[in-house]
Design a protein around this ligand. Structure first.
Ligand code: SF4
Length: 193
């Protein structure tokens, strides 16, 4: 119930200028009680049109990685972004936009109450952990974030630009599967891990 009323609030948000250029607010999707919360950067063009997170080429690649881990959006994952509306031309969100929008994300995290957070890419890492953090240096290392474990990984769009990042990213996701077995379900099945 709380989650649904939060959804209604977010879908009607006009707190920043991005509300004027968006087609849809992208609330996020998945299991509202998921043990894994994935945080991306911002909706892109396809997401803005369809009203769903991670449905473009990056999202399809992410879904293939999650499938290899034995995770589905419906059961294991809730996925959302640092900001909920698309910045024009997919530019990086400004500091003001992030500051205005992030309280929504914090409320989502509080309600979902995940055990593991996956930070997809530099924007998620910097805004959740600190501006001095670097995804190139810190991907694959667990970070404690308000008593939760967070794993920074490369954003799937980076993998599409540089396929050489696929191998290290798969290694990082394998660590998430091991941690999920340790913290949530020792019998979790993945064909590949
Ligand atoms: S980006 Fe966030 S703060 Fe700005 S209008 Fe969309 S939901 Fe509201």
């Amino acid at each position: 119930m709380l989650f649904n009323s939060l959804k209604t609030e977010i879908l009607n948000c006009n707190r920043c200028a991005l509300s004027a250029t968006r087609n849809n607010v992208i609330f996020g999707e998945g299991n509202p009680k998921a043990d894994i919360f994935i945080i991306g950067e911002a909706p892109g063009k396809v997401e803005d049109i369809q009203g769903r997170p991670f449905v473009g080429p990056s999202g399809q690649l992410l879904d293939r990685i999650l499938e290899a881990c034995g995770f589905t959006r419906e059961t294991h994952i809730f996925i959302s972004n640092i900001i909920k509306c698309r910045p024009p031309n997919n530019r990086v969100p400004t500091a003001d936009e992030v500051k205005t929008c992030m309280p929504w994300l914090y409320r989502q995290i509080e309600l979902v109450d995940p055990k593991i957070i996956i930070l997809l890419g530099a924007t998620a890492l910097k805004n959740m952990v600190g501006q001095n953090h670097r995804i190139t240096r810190e991907h694959g290392s667990w970070i404690t974030l308000n008593n939760r474990l967070a794993m920074p990984v490369y954003h799937p769009s980076a993998l599409l630009r540089d396929p050489g990042l696929k191998r290290p990213t798969w290694d990082d996701f394998k660590m998430v599967v091991h941690k999920y077995r340790e913290m949530v379900n020792p019998d979790h099945f993945s064909e590949h891990v």
